[in-house]
Design a protein around this ligand. Structure first.
Ligand SMILES: C[S@@+](CC[C@H](N)C(=O)[O-])C[C@H]1O[C@@H](n2cnc3c(N)ncnc32)[C@H](O)[C@@H]1O
Length: 223
């Protein structure tokens, strides 16, 4: 799906909301983050591209006082994930059908996100499609802006070149810092805290691929 940073994406979304499911169709005027989060939660976390929702299923259980927003560009996956979460009785989550890069830039208040999770983002291996990657050259500013002072960004990929790009574009920001101790800590914390489990992780691990995991945090308090 062609979604990377394109303003036209929102006009192209064709999906119908199902009132019985925790899924919101962003359409051409998506709700803001504050309209999606009910009162009473300690913090807000976002997963970009949750696919079929394996990580959200674990995360909503592991961190019940956090409200989770899964931003998924593919309507069919968003609905599937919402069905799985509803069947499991989770109340601390909503799926939003939108382009996550746009949502972070124009619908997410500064300093509002406690953790941002991006697992196995589409690598767009063809050179002419590279501009569609979530971790493009300008994403670091958006990530830094939305993270709370103690907020963190967690990502994983099997694609060595893309892992290099993620480390480079985020690493060149003086306002984000990679934290390898945090990477080890969160991995050891178990399912749903960060990194795992996801459908693509299971598939790629079974194939023996090397999984690269990266954690970044803000390098200074909120401006
Ligand atoms: C390779 S799949 C990974 C799914 C899941 N994270 C996993 O690890 O199993 C990438 C997912 O990201 C979604 N996606 C791609 N670009 C996106 C964007 N800009 N905003 C939201 N979702 C996006 C795709 O529709 C797809 O479901």
């Amino acid at each position: 799906m062609s979604v990377g940073g394109r303003l036209s994406f929102r006009r192209r979304v064709r999906a119908v909301a199902d009132a019985s499911l925790p899924v919101v169709v962003g359409g051409d005027d998506p709700p803001s983050l504050s309209e999606l989060v009910p009162p009473g939660f300690e913090s807000v976390a976002i997963e970009v591209g949750p696919g079929k929702g394996a990580f959200l299923l674990a995360a909503t259980l592991a961190r019940p006082t956090t409200f989770w927003i899964g931003i998924e560009a593919a309507p069919a996956y968003a609905k599937l994930a919402a069905e799985r979460l509803a069947t499991a009785g989770r109340r601390n989550v909503v799926l939003l059908i939108d382009n996550a890069a746009q949502f972070l830039r124009d619908r997410t208040p500064a300093g509002s996100i406690e953790s941002l999770h991006v697992y196995f983002p589409d690598p767009w291996p063809k050179r002419r499609h590279r501009g569609r990657r979530f971790f493009g050259e300008s994403i670091a500013d958006a990530v830094h802006r939305v993270l709370a002072p103690a907020g963190r960004l967690l990502c994983a990929t099997d694609n060595a070149a893309y892992a290099g790009q993620i480390a480079r574009v985020l690493g060149k920001s003086p306002r984000l810092v990679r934290d390898s101790e945090l990477e080890r800590e969160l991995l050891a914390a178990g399912p749903g805290h960060a990194f795992s489990p996801t459908e693509f992780e299971r598939k790629y691990s079974a194939e023996g691929r090397i999984i690269r995991r990266l954690a970044f945090r803000r390098s200074e308090p909120s401006a």
